[in-house]
Each structure stands twice: as structure tokens, then as C-alpha cells.
Design a binder for this molecule. Structure first.
Ligand SMILES: *[C@@H]1O[C@H](CO)[C@@H](O)[C@H](O)[C@H]1NC(C)=O
Ligand SMILES: *[C@@H]1O[C@H](CO)[C@@H](O)[C@H](O)[C@H]1NC(C)=O
Length: 645
């Protein structure tokens, strides 16, 4: 008896030492400043409602992502072009079993059994429905009901939350917590363009002949590209050849949609070699709809522009259009990434329900099926002309999404994003110019854009994408490949500046050091992060003014970095076509090669990107936060990339 008693005590003691010491809690995320768009409603929370809580688990090896990507993308790397398979990417970055079991154990100790937990395919999200009481005790916080001051929509949030210190390293973030539901996401995700009527009357397809007659009065030619940009102008400006290969995707978010009759009108006026009825290959994501129920510049301008120019420049090869989101919810960048990479999806749909659309969408007319998860093989070049303010989204969310662009770069995808149309300023939910009311743009509170802190754009500031700014042809000058343009200052200003979230990538450090050494702006840290250690954007530029685009039955002049991104994408697609013909890999993530070869660009040295009551930054010799490295010289870029393995 005694022996066995001792044995029991012994095993009890052994057991006791195996239990982790009660962990102290540490604050994991905290909202620094109240968000002006949401107010506490004071409504007492119903303790029985279930909160769908998602735990973003820390991925393994993510801190090595930059080096992995440089290994396959840096021009001096012996592994240049040796891109990874999506399976390898998923495996290398999946959270470790240790992370999964640490979080599960914590939940179990808090009374949340494993049977209630679901895991995402890529093992990077854990999801569980919890009561308000469970959530408050789990995260040592208090939840409050909030109401959106504009829409009246309700939302549940806390001001900060804590997790045990031994769990903190296993978690990126938890939702819903300090983040605000972004049901305004479709408005906030702006289309980077503006418009001016050309003076050709609106007409329908049935009056196409009239349109040809009217439009031909304008006499588009290389002599007046400074007034009217056409595909022929762009070919002449940058030396872009015709297409013989295409793996080029253009992304549109519902309700934005192209109209086939607009494409036809464009071809018949400007690209007669393209037959009427010719369109993109359409890949629908999450119930994507190429809707025709509402027509306006806002509904069609972006898609018509993107497709007309990408199609014209890559013709006779096909463009792939990704139409993302149903008519009710639409979609976000996160939803697109889910469709391109199964490892990014959550168990329940959408990568973060705070910001992304969730499917199945049970609303009337919604896409009532599971979200697309890894259903699309990504094109080699993907251009997107939409963006947010960096301050609209939480840093944790942005870092996670940016890492996904890194992974797709590893897989050999070139991601291009427009840099924004409001210079150093951003835009509010209504599409008006907006700057930040405090340093670092904390809390996403904006003023009327006449003063305040510069408001950088996302994903333009993500170091794993190529950000494209806008230029214009100098007035009354001819289009030649050697005549430099200037920063766009007509209707729009090229988005550019420095990130409040992302550190400076090494591929950019010498360009940024040179910029500050020779052209240090006079602004202080109250205007932008002037530490010379953060990511600067854009990376490159292309023409963004006076595009002749057929929209809703008439030819209009369109402006924006929305024009620039798909044009730069066409240049990269054409470089891929030459590399593939030579038996080489596509280029994938291009920034390290671009920064190592500034002479492949026409340097833009005049114009600026005013905003927030300042003149903004100025385009200068070398890289600058207005036009980046400059505009592409196709022949030079081609020889740079052809010289690589
Ligand atoms: C490209 O295609 C257009 C239209 O088919 C043609 O006029 C032009 O000569 C072609 N350019 C080259 C370099 O082949
Ligand atoms: C600027 O960025 C650096 C590096 O991220 C950071 O340490 C610093 O606090 C930032 N400065 C301001 C004023 O936000």
C-alpha cells in the first residue's frame, strides 16, 4: 500500500510538473485610436449569441519568405526562375503541429473542446463558434456593440485582447476583435481612375457606323498621343511588340463589369485588326457575374479600360479575366487569393470575415455555394487596378495578405497593382480625396484631403508586388521611345510615398538611399515616415492620361494608374513570351531585377504627386516616390530578362 501510495504521489507530482505554469496574459492587439466610422451603440449584448471566431495561426518559415523569394527572383541567384510548386509552398509555410496543438490545448483548457474546432485546408486558420462569455474570458476582454455612423450596421468589437504569453507567438491575430467589419469594402476598394468626356455622343451598338464616323473625326495618330492615348501610342512609346503567347490575367470585382459592345466599339475605332465579338477568357470566382443590369462609368469604366488595352496589346493572344464575387457581396483581394491558392482559404470561407466576402452567401440572389478555394491556376502575370488605403485595414491583415503575394511570387506569378490616383493622399469611402488626421494614419480616420498626414495605398506598399504609377506625355511633344514623359498631373496624380506598415526591402535600399541622399524632401515625420527604412512606392510607371476608352457606348478619355498597370502587365507578358519561346521560365517576381537594371527604364524627372496641402514628392533623376524607376523600354527590359537563366 505504502509503495503504491508513494508511486501515486510520485506520478501526481510528475503530472503536476508537466502542466505548464499558469501563463501570464499579454495584450495581442489593441486599437490605438477610436475609428471615426464606428461608434459604441451602448446596446447590451445578448450573451447567447454565438461569435464565429477565427484564429489566424502563425505560419512556419514565413520569416524566411523574403530570402526564399530572392533565391528564385534575384538576377544574381543561381536558382533564378526555379519557381516552386503550389504544393511545396503550402507545405513549407503551413503552421507547425506544435502551433496547432498549442492553440488547441489553450482552447481545451478554456473549456472549448476539439470537437467544436474546424481547421482550414492549409492548416493556417482555426475556427470555432463561441458565446460572448467564452470570448471575453478566453481573450480577457470585453465586447461592445458598435454601429456604423453612416450605414447603421451593427458590429461586435473589443478595444484590445490578450492571449497567454506562450500562445502569442503561435498567432497572427484573432477575429472578430479590434477590427471593424468592412462591409464598406466595395466602396473603399477604389478604382484608380477618373474620366472626362471626349465629346462623342453616346450611341448603342446598333449605331456603330455613326460612332466610327464621329470618332474618326478625331484622327487618332502618333502626332496627338499627348491628347489621345491609343494602343498604337503605347506600342510606339514603349516598343511593345504584338503577342504570340499569353498567360495574363486581369482582375475585376463585381459589380464592375465589361460590356462586349464597348469592346466592339473600341476595336472598330482603334484596333480594326480585332474582330467584333472578341473578348477575354472569363474565369468566374465565387459566383462572379459579368453583370449587365446597371450601367455607368462606375460600373463599366474600369473593366472596359483594362480589357480594351490589355486585349489590344496582347492580341492575337487571349487575356484571362477573373471576375470575382457575386452581385450581393462582391469580393476582395483575399477572395481572389483564396481562389488562386487553396492554402489561403479559411474553413468557413473568406480569409478574414472582417474584410472579405464570405461564401456560401445565403442572401437572396447570392452565391450559395462554398467559396472557390484553389480552383484557379494563376496566370503568370496578374494586373489589378483596385486598392485600399493602408490605414483602412489592420497591419496584421495586410502583412498576412502581402505574404501571400510572396508565395505566389515563389510560384512564378508577377503581381501588378496600380499605385493610386490621389498622389500622396488617399481616398475616403465616398471616393473623395482624404489624408490622415494623425501620424502613421492610426485608426483610419481621414480629413478632407487639404492637410494632414500622407495616406499610402495598399497593396501598393506590399514589397512583394510591383506597384505602377502614372505618367503623361508632355504637351505638344511627339511620341518617341526616347522622349521622356512627365509625372501625370492631368485629372489625377500618381500615387506614391512610403509605407507605415512595411519595412524597406533590400532590393530597394540602394535606390531609396540615393533618393534621400540627392533629393531629400523637406517634409517631416508628421507628413510621412521619413526614417529611410520603410518601403517606398511605386516601383515603375506607365502612361495614365487621356486614354481613349469605349464606355457605355461612347468613346471617353480616361485617366489613372488603372491605365498604367494593365499596360505594364502587357510588357511583362510579352517578355514572358520571349523567355518561354527560348525554353526559359516566366519572370515571376520582377522587382529585384528591375531595381538592379534602372537603365531598362526611361527615367521620369519632372512633375509631382501633390496632396494633403503639399506639392507632394517630385519626380527626379533615379528612383522617386512618384514614378518609381520610370517607364519601360521594352527592348532593354527584354535583353535584361533574356540574359538571365
Ligand atoms: C502588330 O499587329 C498589327 C495589327 O495586326 C500590325 O499592323 C503590325 O504590323 C504588327 N506589328 C508587328 C511588329 O508585327
Ligand atoms: C517609421 O518606420 C520605422 C520602421 O518601421 C519605425 O521604427 C518608426 O517608428 C516609424 N516612424 C514613425 C514616425 O512612425
Amino acid at each position: 500500500m505504502k509503495l503504491s501510495f508513494l508511486a501515486t504521489v510520485g506520478s501526481l507530482l510528475a503530472f503536476a510538473t508537466a502542466i505548464p505554469a499558469p501563463s501570464s496574459y499579454v495584450v495581442h492587439e489593441k486599437r490605438e485610436i477610436q475609428n471615426g466610422r464606428w461608434a459604441r451603440s451602448g446596446i447590451k449584448l445578448n450573451r447567447d449569441i454565438l461569435i464565429p471566431m477565427s484564429f489566424g495561426l502563425k505560419q512556419r518559415n514565413i520569416h524566411k519568405g523574403y530570402d526564399f523569394l530572392m533565391d528564385v527572383s534575384h538576377p544574381e541567384s543561381s536558382n533564378y526562375g526555379k519557381h516552386w510548386s503550389m504544393d511545396k509552398i503550402a507545405e513549407v509555410f503551413a503552421p507547425s503541429m506544435e502551433t496547432i496543438s498549442a492553440v488547441k490545448t489553450w482552447l481545451a483548457e478554456s473549456g472549448i473542446g476539439e470537437d467544436r474546432i474546424t481547421m482550414s485546408k492549409g492548416r493556417n486558420w482555426m475556427k470555432v463558434d463561441v458565446t460572448v462569455d467564452e470570448a471575453e474570458s478566453l481573450l480577457r476582454t470585453e465586447y461592445h456593440a458598435y454601429t456604423n455612423v453612416k450605414t447603421g450596421k451593427d458590429h461586435l468589437a473589443c478595444d484590445e485582447y490578450s492571449v497567454p504569453s506562450h500562445i502569442a507567438d503561435h498567432l497572427d491575430f484573432i477575429t472578430p476583435t479590434v477590427h471593424f467589419d468592412a462591409t464598406l469594402k466595395l466602396k473603399k476598394k477604389r478604382r484608380d481612375l477618373a474620366k472626362r468626356e471626349i465629346g462623342v455622343k453616346p450611341h448603342t451598338n446598333s449605331k456603330l457606323g455613326t460612332a466610327v464616323a464621329e470618332a474618326s473625326n478625331v484622327k487618332y495618330s502618333l502626332a496627338n498621343c499627348y491628347e489621345y492615348i491609343t494602343p498604337d501610342c503605347l506600342r510606339a512609346l514603349y516598343g511593345i511588340p504584338n503577342g504570340t503567347f499569353s498567360s495574363y490575367g486581369i482582375v475585376e470585382y463585381t459589380p464592375e463589369a465589361y460590356i462586349q459592345t464597348d469592346l466592339n466599339l473600341f476595336y472598330s475605332n482603334l484596333q480594326r485588326q480585332i474582330p467584333s465579338g472578341y473578348g477575354p477568357t472569363v474565369d468566374l470566382i465565387d459566383g462572379g457575374v459579368v453583370q449587365t443590369t446597371t450601367k455607368s462609368f462606375d460600373d463599366n469604366g474600369e473593366a472596359d479600360l483594362d480589357l480594351q488595352y490589355a486585349i489590344a496589346l496582347v492580341y492575337p493572344q487571349k487575356i484571362t479575366m477573373y471576375q470575382a464575387g457575386d452581385i450581393v457581396e462582391g469580393a476582395s483581394f483575399g477572395n481572389l487569393l483564396d481562389a488562386l491558392d487553396a492554402s489561403y482559404c479559411t474553413s468557413g470561407g473568406g480569409d478574414n470575415p472582417t474584410y472579405d466576402a464570405t461564401y456560401p452567401d445565403t442572401a437572396k440572389g447570392g452565391y450559395d455555394e462554398p467559396e472557390n478555394c484553389g480552383t484557379i491556376t494563376p496566370a503568370s502575370v496578374i494586373s489589378t487596378s483596385y486598392g485600399y488605403n493602408e490605414a483602412d485595414l489592420s497591419a496584421a491583415y495586410e502583412i498576412r495578405q502581402c505574404n501571400e503575394y510572396m508565395k505566389l511570387g515563389l510560384a512564378g506569378v508577377t503581381f501588378l497593382f496600380s499605385s493610386g490616383d490621389t498622389g500622396v493622399a488617399g481616398e475616403n469611402d465616398e471616393g473623395e480625396v482624404a489624408c490622415c488626421t494623425n501620424a502613421k494614419c492610426a485608426g483610419g480616420t481621414y480629413n478632407n484631403g487639404n492637410s494632414g498626414t500622407f495616406n499610402p495605398a495598399f497593396p501598393a506598399t506590399c514589397p512583394y508586388i510591383t506597384s505602377v504609377g502614372a505618367t503623361q506625355i508632355k504637351p505638344n511633344t511627339a511620341v518617341t521611345a526616347t522622349n521622356p514623359e512627365e509625372a501625370c498631373e492631368t485629372v489625377i496624380y500618381s500615387g506614391g510615398g512610403f509605407s507605415n506598415v512595411f519595412a524597406m526591402p533590400s532590393y530597394q535600399s540602394s535606390a531609396i538611399a540615393t533618393y534621400f541622399a540627392n533629393h531629400k524632401p523637406t517634409y517631416t515625420s508628421t507628413q510621412y515616415n521619413n526614417s529611410e527604412t520603410v518601403r517606398g512606392y511605386p516601383d515603375v510607371a506607365a502612361n495614365g492620361a487621356n486614354y481613349v476608352v469605349a464606355v457605355d457606348g461612347s468613346l471617353q478619355l480616361v485617366y489613372g494608374t488603372s491605365c498604367s498597370a494593365p499596360v505594364f502587365g502587357s510588357v511583362i507578358n510579352q517578355i514572358n513570351q520571349q523567355r518561354v519561346a527560348a525554353g526559359k521560365a516566366v519572370v515571376g517576381f520582377i522587382n529585384p531585377t528591375l531595381y538592379a537594371n534602372p537603365s531598362a527604364f526611361t527615367d521620369i524627372v519632372s512633375g509631382g504627386n501633390q496632396g494633403c496641402g503639399t506639392a507632394g514628392f517630385t519626380a527626379v533623376t533615379g528612383w522617386d516616390p512618384v514614378t518609381g524607376l520610370g517607364t519601360p523600354i521594352y527592348e532593354n527590359l527584354l535583353s535584361v530578362f533574356m540574359a538571365l537563366a
